[in-house]
Structure formats: C-alpha cells, structure tokens
Design a protein around this ligand. Structure first.
Ligand code: BT5
Length: 253
C-alpha cells in the first residue's frame, strides 16, 4: 500500500475545461496515487485535478488497493473546498459518482449505483470512488473507472461495448459533467434533487443486502437512501440506518 516517499515527477499542466471550477489539470505518466498527490498539495485552492496513466499504489477504501495496468483506466482525483455543512461533505462523492455515471452513458454504457458510490453493471464493478479529507474544509475525491481492463469479476467500458474517447476527452467530459452536480449541492433544493436522482439510479434499493460494519454484519432489505445519503434497512421488521460500511448485494429469491 504505502511506499517510501519520493519526490513527485513534474506534472504536465493544462487548464481544465472552460466554465468549470477546475482551473488546472496535473497529468502524470505514473504516480503512486492521485489521491495521495492532491492530499499533499491540498493547501492549493479548490479546483485542482490530478490524472495518472498508471498508479503504483492506487488506494481503495479501508486500506484496500485499486489496480489497473498502465493506460487502461481513468484514474483521477479532484480537490474540492465546498461551502457545505460538514455533515453533507459525503455528498461530494455522490456528485462524483453521478458525473461518472453520466460520462459512461455518453460513451454507450449504462451503469447503476451501488450504495454508497460504486458504479456497477449487473453485479460487476465498473468504477469506485474514494474520498479523503486533508483538512476540515477540503475533500479529495478520487475516481477509478475501468476503461479497457478490469480484474476478474469486474467490468470495463470496453467490455460493456462502450466507445470511450481518448483519455483527455474522457477527463474533460467527466469534469464538465461534475461541475453542475457540484453546483447543485449549494442549495437545499439542489441537494434534494441530487438525492432523488441518486435513488432512481441506485441498484441497491429493494435488494437484500449484507452490510459489514465495524465488528458487526447486518443483513436486511435496502428500503431507502435518505437526503443525507444514509442507507435505510429493514432488518426483520425493524428499521436500521447505516452511514458507512461495505454492502454486498445478496441474491433475492
Ligand atoms: C474503491 O475502493 O472502489 C475506491 C477506488 C478509488 C480508486 C481511485 S483511482 C484514482 C484515485 N487515486 C487513488 O489512489 N484512489 C482513487 P473499494 O470499495 O475499497 O474497492 C477496492 C476493491 O475493489 C479492491 O479490494 C478489489 O477487490 C477491487 N478492485 C481493485 N481494483 C479494481 C478495479 N480496477 N476494478 C474493479 N474492482 C477493483
């Protein structure tokens, strides 16, 4: 996972797409992790983006890893400093998931969302998201989207018959889709509209799920996701609210 710190290579710098908060995109042939890079340079203002063709130590959640051979995936992180209630910060990852989903639809693949923020086609994972906070007012949100390769049991845009454009265009398409999603989070109506859309796209709802929580495993029916992004479960007739955890979709009979 972690590696001996070494100096970052100089990035290829280019402006982000016009009309967005993404002022600058730092591109790398290789990096340990785009999330780690932005966490280290987080003193910067909102709107910095890091993209790598390859990560030596791509991070997943809970200390897991994200794997992708060079040049086969969209590996990107954004640094955000939103004016949001700290309790709503996780909505930024929702915005990233929904923008990633729109980007997939643009190239001919229609994934759904697996709570909280995976993109899946059927039960195969297409993309994952990792949010990490360098300080209380900032969040680094990383997206790993399989473009032309996926590990066993997962899937990619190409495997699903999609026609992804060259990497730079895919990055810009994603950032252009993300801007209005982030802007929507600025008002209560926008947040409600975001979560209404999220629920419509969420494959977890209605499923029997097993949720791994620290020290506990809960099995229940996923009945709702509230406007704060929490998963509501029906566990043998009792309701239970889940804020974090890993969800496995169980087969429904
Ligand atoms: C995630 O974690 O899904 C978040 C992944 C975030 C990756 C991006 S890439 C750019 C940015 N910089 C980083 O360093 N990270 C972010 P999690 O839910 O914990 O899923 C990780 C698990 O998914 C692993 O334990 C594997 O089982 C599986 N996995 C690893 N690589 C995969 C891939 N390419 N496609 C599908 N599943 C994968």
């Amino acid at each position: 996972m972690s590696e001996t710190p070494r100096a970052d290579p100089s990035p290829r710098r280019r402006p982000g797409p016009p009309g967005t908060r993404f002022r600058e995109v730092h591109g790398f042939e290789e990096l340990d992790s785009t999330n780690r890079y932005l966490l280290d340079v987080a003193r910067g203002a909102e709107g910095l983006v890091a993209v790598a063709d390859h990560q030596r130590a791509g991070r997943g959640r809970w200390g897991r890893t994200w794997e992708a051979p060079p040049g086969t995936g969209l590996l990107l992180s954004v640094l955000l400093r939103p004016r949001l209630d700290p309790a709503d910060l996780h909505l930024l990852a929702v915005a990233v998931a929904m923008a990633a989903l729109s980007t997939c639809v643009e190239v001919g693949v229609e994934p759904r969302l697996k709570w909280p923020n995976d993109l899946v086609v059927g039960d195969r994972k297409l993309a994952g998201i990792l949010a990490e906070s360098p300080d209380p007012s900032a969040l680094v949100v990383g997206l790993g989207l399989n473009v032309s390769w996926s590990p066993p049991g997962a899937t990619s845009l190409v495997a699903e018959g999609g026609h992804p454009p060259p990497p730079g265009d895919l990055v810009d398409g994603f950032l252009l889709a993300l801007e209005p999603r982030l802007a929507a989070l600025g008002s209560p109506e926008g947040r409600h509209e975001t979560m209404t859309r999220y629920r419509a796209l969420c494959a977890t709802l209605g499923r029997t799920v097993s949720v791994e929580l620290p020290g506990e495993n809960v099995v229940g029916r996923a009945v709702d996701v509230d406007d704060s992004g929490r998963l509501l479960l029906d566990v043998d007739g009792a309701s239970r609210t889940v804020t974090a955890g890993d969800v496995v979709h169980l087969r429904d009979h």
